[in-house]
Ligand binder design. Structure first.
Ligand code: SF4
Length: 152
């Protein structure tokens, strides 16, 4: 455990925790975990949602599944668990899955389930991390930073 530990979305490290039951593996991010430089969380799974599960999007202040179920409480519970992990490891940086209603650091889908992004809000967990002062980037920005681009 070090103060430089990076918080990552577990699906980016290859955990089959995304709504479809698969993952969003990025080899370079899995390497961080293998090298002991990162700690992985999945706020949706940790909050009590099953894998696989119905996709959900943020509508106003709630998170609603494609079948109309209000799953906000699961998202909030999982985000709080993720914050506990973040604090425990002293993480100041996070690499998060883009566009996720939990993890998306810059934008999320608009609640219409039409793959339409809105850029004026981020995921539930990402919002809590930012509020706590954690630097949040997505997987594309991380890869760009490895190749000399800016991370933000
Ligand atoms: Fe990945 Fe985050 Fe969604 Fe879990 S909640 S599957 S870690 S994007």
């Amino acid at each position: 455990m070090t103060s430089t530990m990076i918080l990552i979305s577990a699906c980016l490290a290859g955990e089959n925790c995304k709504y479809s039951g698969s993952n969003n593996l990025v080899e370079e991010i899995r390497e961080l975990l293998k090298e002991g430089k990162a700690v992985a969380v999945c706020p949706e799974k940790d909050g009590g949602l099953p894998v696989p599960r119905d996709p959900a999007e943020i509508i106003d202040d709630r998170v609603i599944s494609v079948t109309g179920a209000d799953v906000t409480d699961y998202y909030l519970r999982g985000a709080r668990i993720g914050m506990d992990v973040c604090r425990h490891y002293g993480c100041t940086r996070a690499i998060l899955k883009a566009n996720s209603p939990s993890c998306g650091p810059h934008c999320v889908y608009d609640g219409t389930f039409t793959h339409t992004l809105v850029y004026d809000r981020c995921g539930i967990f990402a919002a809590m991390l930012k509020e706590a002062g954690v630097e949040c980037i997505d997987e594309t920005e991380y890869i760009q930073s490895l190749h000399g681009g800016t991370s933000k």
